[in-house]
Design a protein around this ligand. Structure first.
Ligand code: NAP
Length: 326
């Protein structure tokens, strides 16, 4: 095995136009950490934030290889009870921020953020597997752990035209849930319908006054529209704030007594705590229900920078995925 690998490594704000793959040493396995040959990488909005802004923060390790998720095969299990060659996924827990992430040919993964991919999903392509971990874990946790979604619910997905929105809709529709989807651009109505939306709403920030009502609200636009989402809840309803696409990150001057209507509930989801049990359930669900994650485009690892350019350019829908099968 060679001593070096190709990776994207950044120390400062790095738009795609300034990004380049470089050669760095392949990390060595050590107790509590597993070396993985990266076969697939899903790109996330949060890595865009890292490259364009968050990289300036002192809690980010400098330099850092970005990438908060990936899939691949175990190369060196170190002291962990896992086979060489096992298909795995890895996500979060400081990956791509505090410790080097997946934008590389190899990744040294903290063992408690490494999960076996169950046999039920073993035949799925690397591109499909790569689109699952972070997006589907976040959708799953938001829908089940936080929103306690039931088949009889009406689910409002606010800012549904993002990777997380489409995945949430795929899971909810597989269970027969009625979905009301909002988007900031009417041109996405066709796609949202294709993914199963029962009702479409062009979101101008004010839905409650138009009579939009739901048992559960998945808020992906975030604090910008959260107050309005709370007013859309039916009696006993729950709103989960998971996204921040609206560009506002906190709720200034929030008065919970007056702004959370009586008998309605507000929660939030943070994808930092995946478990083997939940990841196995998700991969099995995707495989058994024939769910095809919405992949906008698959790039070969050699063209990682092109994927970043597409991410920077925007105007696309679905998940950008990079594979490395050589
Ligand atoms: N809580 C957690 O742990 C967690 C985990 C994962 C993701 N997230 C958050 O969830 C959100 C979605 O993440 P993602 O990775 O799925 O994003 P993504 O697909 O990469 O987001 C980009 C897409 O969102 C669309 N968009 C931008 N602003 C929008 C708005 N106001 N309303 C509707 N769509 C909008 C963009 O469309 P246009 O280009 O046409 O504007 C683009 O297609 C992000 O805020 C992300 O930070 C949270």
């Amino acid at each position: 095995m060679s001593e070096t690998m190709r990776a994207l490594q950044i120390s400062d704000v790095t738009p795609a136009s300034e990004a380049a793959l470089v050669n760095v040493p392949i990390p060595k396995a050590k107790p509590g950490w597993v070396l993985v040959r990266v076969r697939g990488i899903g790109l996330n909005h949060s890595e865009w934030e890292l490259r364009h802004d968050e990289i300036r923060e002192s809690y980010i390790t400098h330099p850092i290889i970005p990438g908060i998720e990936g899939v691949g095969e175990v190369v060196d299990p170190s002291d962990q009870d896992i086979e060489i060659g096992q298909k795995v996924c890895m996500l979060m827990g400081g990956m791509g921020r505090m410790w080097d992430g997946s934008y590389a040919e190899y990744c040294l993964v903290r063992a408690d953020h490494l999960f076996s991919i169950p046999e039920a999903a073993g035949d799925l392509s690397w591109a499909t597997l790569a689109a699952v971990p972070e997006t589907f874990f976040t959708a799953w946790g938001s829908l089940f752990e936080c929103l306690q979604l039931k088949a009889t619910d009406t689910l409002l997905i606010r800012a549904a035209s993002c990777g997380l929105g489409y995945a949430s809709m795929q899971i909810a529709k597989a269970l027969g849930v009625r979905v009301v989807a909002t988007t900031h651009r009417e041109k996405y109505f066709g796609l949202l319908e294709r993914f199963g939306a029962d009702e479409l709403v062009l979101d101008d920030g004010s839905l409650a006054d138009k009579g939009v009502r739901a048992d559960k609200v998945l808020e992906l636009s975030g604090p910008k529209t959260l107050r309005d989402s709370l007013r859309c809840l039916r009696d006993g309803g729950i709103c989960c704030n998971t996204g921040i696409l609206g560009g506002e990150f906190t709720l200034d001057g929030f008065d919970p007594i007056k702004e959370i209507p009586n008998g309605r509930y507000l929660t939030g989801f943070f994808s930092n705590y995946p478990t083997q049990e939940v990841m196995s359930e998700i991969f099995a669900f995707v495989a058994e229900r024939d769910i095809e994650p919405f992949v906008a485009k698959v790039f070969d690892f050699d063209h990682l920078v092109d994927a970043l350019a597409m991410q920077d350019g925007g105007g696309f829908q679905g998940k950008l995925v990079i594979t490395n099968e050589s």
